[in-house]
Design a protein around this ligand. Structure first.
Ligand code: BGC
Length: 339
């Protein structure tokens, strides 16, 4: 009861701050400018950016969509965008911790900020967060591998290797932490064996989510630990891009393919699932997230109350950012033809 009351008070306060942030009571989207700053590091960002721009334009907004390959490039883009004073700025952060200074200026100019997919850390200048349930994604990956290997049953032990995303992206930590919460007990019990011994985030992370870095690492792992016919039964891969290079490397060596996770439902991953190469992917439907985010943008611009379903999970080190978290779903051989 008390908890519900606190949530209601928080939501009322958020509504009030949304009004203050937007500083505008004009409910017409025409001539309102929305800026979007996204990474161009994986195909899913391209898809999200384009889907969002299209929907916003249909709603009558003017859209400034910019992609960046590095954090420095993105910070410079965002600095310039803020000076143009858009009615709302949506950021898919390359480095979640790099915005502390630059967003102070957004506050001065009353530019509302929505963090898209990845949280922005250590600043109170971020107003809302639109994402998927990133903890659930990690957990689903771990649980799928647990079930597919029948770790609760007899059999095994099975060899497994772990990959994670970029240390600069909070999502990468959440995915890995929640997958490992499921899988780690099986390493302890000896049911899962990681021949490389690399099971902590820093050892298995992929700098910049760059699949070339993952390629270098899988080559090293295979050369060093799987060079005498040892099977690799399973791989935890944090997204489809990285799963693709791991599978290609194993195919090039004529190894039996492992049970392997993915994320994003990239078209290439869907083809690999159909071909029986990739085990599954977690879909973060771009339509779902962009539609939610567009509604959030409209509310921010119009000074109304955005749809929020989480007010407690995303403490960014400075504030708890009110969020809308969409529900991801799994695509594997059983439902791939429906997607
Ligand atoms: C996103 C993933 C994406 C990865 C690499 C993460 O923050 O949640 O969907 O694959 O970044 O771009």
């Amino acid at each position: 009861m008390i908890k519900r009351f606190i949530i209601m008070v928080m939501i009322a306060a958020m509504t009030a701050s949304a009004l203050l942030i937007s500083g505008c009571d004009d409910s017409d989207s025409n001539n309102k400018k929305v800026a979007i700053a996204f990474p161009n590091t994986t195909p899913s960002w391209q898809r999200n950016g384009e889907a969002m721009m299209k929907t916003l334009q249909e709603e009558g907004f003017t859209v400034d969509l910019q992609f960046a390959g590095t954090s420095d490039e993105q910070i410079n883009q965002v600095k310039e965008i803020i000076e143009t004073q858009p009615n709302c700025l949506v950021i898919g952060a390359i480095d979640g911790a790099a915005f502390v200074d630059v967003l102070e200026r957004a506050k001065e100019l009353n530019v509302p900020i929505i963090a898209f997919d990845r949280i922005i850390l250590n600043t109170d200048a971020v107003n809302y967060y639109a994402s998927f349930d990133n903890e659930a994604i990690g957990e689903a990956m771990g649980e799928y591998l647990e079930a597919a290997l029948n770790l609760k049953g007899e059999g095994g032990p099975y060899n497994i290797e772990f990959f994670a995303g970029a240390p600069s992206d909070n999502n990468a930590h959440l995915f890995f932490k929640n997958s490992m919460a499921v899988l780690e007990p099986y390493i302890k019990s000896g049911k899962l064996i990681c021949l490389s011994g690399q099971t902590d985030f820093n050892s298995v992370a992929t700098a910049d989510w760059n699949s070339d870095n993952a390629k270098t690492r899988i080559k090293n792992l295979l050369d060093t630990y799987y060079n005498a016919g040892q099977p690799l039964h399973a791989v935890l891969s944090p997204n489809d891009d990285i799963a693709g290079v791991i599978l290609a490397e194993m195919q090039a060596r004529n190894m039996s393919l492992p049970l392997i996770s993915g994320l994003d439902a990239d078209p290439a991953a869907i083809e690999r699932i159909k071909a029986g190469q990739q085990t599954f992917t977690v879909s973060k439907s771009p339509e779902l997230l962009t539609n939610k985010c567009v509604r959030m943008i409209k509310a921010v611009v119009e000074g109304t109350d955005p749809d929020i379903n989480d007010v407690s999970t995303y403490n960014n080190g400075k504030i708890t950012v009110p969020a809308y978290l969409c529900t991801p779903y799994i695509i594997d051989k059983d439902n791939v033809n429906n997607n």
